[in-house]
Write a protein that binds this ligand. Structure first.
Ligand code: FEO
Ligand code: CA
Ligand code: CA
Ligand code: CA
Length: 572
C-alpha cells in the first residue's frame, strides 16, 4: 500500500493514540519543538513577552500576533520567510483581565487589534532548532489598522464608500483571517472569515439591513469592543464599513512596504482558505469555502492566463466566480455568478453580496466548508466539511434548504466529512465534476449507524470536525481537526484535536499527531528539504485548562511548532 516511490504511509510510523495530554504527541521516531509563540519579539527593540500584563498595544505591534492559523513558507533570496495568519485573540487570555475576561481599557482594545492580522517573519534553523530571525528586513506585522487597496470589481462601488474613504478604495486592516493560500508568483493569500464579530451599534434600536444580517453583522460584537476606540466599527454610524471585509487579501512578503490588496473578484463571504491551482490551459483556478452552516463552496477562474516569471499583478482581479451544485448521483456543476444568472445588476454587486448571489442560483448548502486542498499529482480536490448541527433542521440565513443531500448525508451532523471531486478531463476549469465522500467521520465505538463513520474510520484513527487540509508533494492528504475535545459521549475516545494523514488511493487514514488541551491544530508548511513540517497549535487552553507550551503555571500561548524525523531525513 501507499503511493509509488514513497514508503511514508503506512510503513514509516505507528499511528499515535488519542490522548488528553497537555503537550504535543508525535510518532516515536519523530521530534518536535516550538518555533514561535504569540507575543514573541520580532525586533530587538520589541519588549519580551510579559506573562503578568501580557503586553500592551505598543509591545503587541512589535511581536507575533495571537492565534496563528494558515501559514505559507516563502524562499526569498535564500532566506526562509514564514507568513502566518493571526485569526483572532483569546479574550480570556490576552488582556490579562482574569476576572472580567474583557478589554477594560482603550489600550486593551488596541492590543487586541494589534494581535490580529498577519505575522511575517524570517525563520532559520540554528543547532537543530528553528526560530525567528529578529530584525530581519522581511519581518512585518499587518494588523486591523494596516491600509489596504480595495482591488477588483468592488473597488469604488457605492456600497464600499464610507465617510473616511469616500472613494471606496482603501480599507484599514484585515482580521479573522483563517486559512491561507499561495500563488506561483510568490505572494501570500490570507482569507477573512468571521469579520462580522467586530461590529456593533451605539444605537441599540438600530436595525441592520438584511444584507448585513446575511453576514451575521448585528448590534453586538463578540466582546472585542473595537467600536469603543474607532467609530468605523459602529454600524449605526458607518453601515458600509462591514462591506469592506470578508475578502481574500494578497500580500507580497518580499516587499515589507507593499500595500496588501483585497481581491474582491474572489467574492465576499466567511472565507476559509484559497487553494490556487494553475489549470492545464493556463487559467488560474482558486477554490474557496464559506465556513458557515449551510453556506457554499466556490471556484474562481481567472480571465487571463498565468504568465510564468511575471508578477501577474492583477490576475486575481478579473475572472468568473462560480458556486457548486452537487447532484445526488455523484455528478456536480459549477454555476457561474453573473448578472444573467443571479439577477444582480453588476459584477461589483456580486463581489460584495456573494452569498445572496449564490443563494439566487440554488447552490448546494454545505456542512460548513473549511479548507480545500488540490492533489498535486492527480486531478482531484478535497474539501473539509467540518460539522453542521442545523443539517436537516434549519435552512441557512438565505433561506436555502437544510435537507440532507449527497455530500452532506447526515442530519444534525456532529462529526463532519471530507468530500472529494474530480473535474472532467482533469481540467480544473471544466464546469462539470464527479464527486464522492473520502471519509465520513464518526465514532464506531458509540454508533453503529451512519454516525459511526465510513469504513476507513476505526477505533485507532477516529476524529471529529476536519478543518485544515493540505497535500504534501507525494500526494498524501494531511487532515487537521478543530472539534469537540471533551473525549466524552459521542466524542469518547477521540481525545484532543489532532492531525492525521490520508492516502487518496486506498482511503487509509492514520493519526500522526495529537495536540495539547483545548487547542485546534491548524496550518502547515514544509521546509524546502522536506525534513521539517511546521504546524500550528491554536488557542491551547481556550477554556483555562492548558499551560502549553511552557508548562508549569505559564500563560498558554498559540504556537508554531517544527516536527521532524529523529534521523533528520525527509518526511515525505
Ligand atoms: Fe477559522 Fe473555519 O475556521
Ligand atoms: Ca480557529
Ligand atoms: Ca479553520
Ligand atoms: Ca473550524
Amino acid at each position: 500500500t501507499g503511493l509509488a516511490g514513497c514508503t511514508f504511509l503506512p510503513e514509516d510510523f505507528s499511528g499515535v493514540e488519542a490522548n488528553n495530554k497537555d503537550t504535543v504527541t508525535v510518532p516515536e521516531n519523530y521530534n518536535w519543538h516550538v518555533v514561535s509563540m504569540w507575543g514573541d519579539p520580532l525586533w530587538s527593540n520589541s519588549l519580551p513577552f510579559d506573562p503578568v500584563t501580557r503586553g500592551t498595544a505598543e509591545s503587541q505591534l512589535l511581536a507575533v500576533g495571537d492565534n496563528n492559523d494558515g501559514m505559507v513558507l516563502f524562499e526569498i533570496d535564500e532566506k526562509l520567510v514564514l507568513a502566518s495568519n493571526n485569526e483572532y485573540v483569546n479574550r480570556s487570555i490576552i488582556y490579562g483581565n482574569r476576572a472580567s475576561k474583557k478589554p477594560e481599557t482603550a489600550d486593551d482594545v488596541l492590543k487586541g487589534m494589534a494581535g490580529h492580522g498577519v505575522t511575517i517573519a524570517e525563520i532559520r534553523e540554528t543547532d537543530g532548532k528553528w526560530g525567528i530571525v529578529k530584525d530581519s528586513p522581511y519581518n512585518r506585522r499587518i494588523t486591523a489598522n494596516t491600509p489596504m487597496d480595495i482591488s477588483g470589481p468592488a473597488r469604488g462601488h457605492d456600497m464600499m464608500k464610507t465617510a473616511a474613504d469616500p472613494d471606496g478604495a482603501t480599507a484599514l486592516g484585515t482580521w479573522n483571517n483563517c486559512g491561507s493560500g499561495r500563488t506561483p508568483w510568490g505572494t501570500y493569500l490570507t482569507c477573512e472569515e468571521n469579520f462580522n464579530g467586530y461590529f456593533s451599534s451605539s444605537d441599540e434600536n438600530y436595525t441592520p439591513s438584511d444584507a448585513l444580517k446575511r453576514y451575521g453583522v448585528g448590534n453586538k460584537d463578540w466582546g472585542y469592543a473595537w467600536a469603543s476606540v474607532d467609530e468605523r466599527f459602529d454600524i449605526s454610524k458607518n453601515p458600509n464599513e462591514p462591506n469592506r471585509f470578508g475578502y481574500v487579501v494578497e500580500i507580497d512578503p518580499e516587499n515589507p512596504d507593499s500595500v496588501p490588496k483585497k481581491r474582491t473578484a474572489l467574492g465576499r463571504f466567511k472565507h476559509e482558505n484559497a487553494e490556487l491551482v494553475v489549470a492545464a490551459n493556463g487559467h488560474v483556478v482558486v477554490y474557496l469555502g464559506d465556513d458557515e452552516r449551510g453556506e457554499f463552496l466556490y471556484r474562481f477562474v481567472s480571465a487571463e492566463k498565468y504568465r510564468e516569471g511575471d508578477e501577474n499583478r492583477d490576475l486575481l482581479d478579473a475572472g468568473t466566480l462560480f458556486v457548486a451544485r452537487f447532484s445526488d448521483d455523484g455528478t456536480g456543476k459549477w454555476i457561474p455568478l453573473t448578472p444573467e444568472t443571479t439577477g444582480m445588476t453588476t459584477q461589483a454587486e456580486i463581489s460584495i453580496l456573494t452569498r445572496q448571489a449564490a443563494s439566487a442560483v440554488g447552490a448546494t448548502t454545505m456542512d460548513r466548508p473549511e479548507w480545500v486542498a488540490v492533489n498535486p499529482i492527480r486531478g482531484e480536490a478535497y474539501v473539509a466539511l467540518t460539522n453542521n448541527k442545523n443539517r436537516g433542521k434549519k435552512p441557512n440565513a438565505g433561506g436555502n434548504p437544510a435537507s440532507v443531500n449527497g455530500p452532506n448525508p447526515r442530519a444534525e451532523n456532529l462529526y463532519g466529512q471530507i468530500v472529494r471531486w474530480r473535474p472532467v478531463n482533469n481540467d480544473h476549469t471544466a464546469d462539470e465534476f464527479n464527486w464522492d465522500l473520502f471519509v465520513v467521520a464518526g465514532n464506531p465505538t458509540v454508533h453503529n449507524d451512519a454516525y459511526g463513520g465510513s469504513e476507513n474510520v476505526n477505533i485507532g484513527n477516529m476524529f471529529n470536525s476536519p478543518d485544515g487540509l493540505s497535500f504534501d508533494d507525494s500526494g498524501y492528504l494531511w487532515i487537521q481537526t478543530d472539534g469537540n475535545y471533551t473525549d466524552e459521549g459521542d466524542f469518547a475516545g477521540m481525545g484532543n484535536n489532532q492531525m492525521l494523514i490520508g492516502d487518496p488511493l486506498t482511503g487509509e487514514i492514520k493519526r500522526f499527531m495529537v495536540g495539547p488541551k483545548e487547542c485546534e491544530i491548524t496550518g502547515m508548511a514544509w521546509s524546502p528539504d522536506r525534513s521539517t513540517v511546521f504546524v500550528g497549535i491554536q488557542h491551547p487552553g481556550e477554556k483555562g485548562n492548558s499551560h502549553f507550551p511552557e508548562g508549569g503555571q505559564s500563560v498558554p500561548r498559540s504556537a508554531i511548532i517544527a516536527v521532524s524525523r529523529k534521523d533528520g531525513t525527509a518526511i515525505s
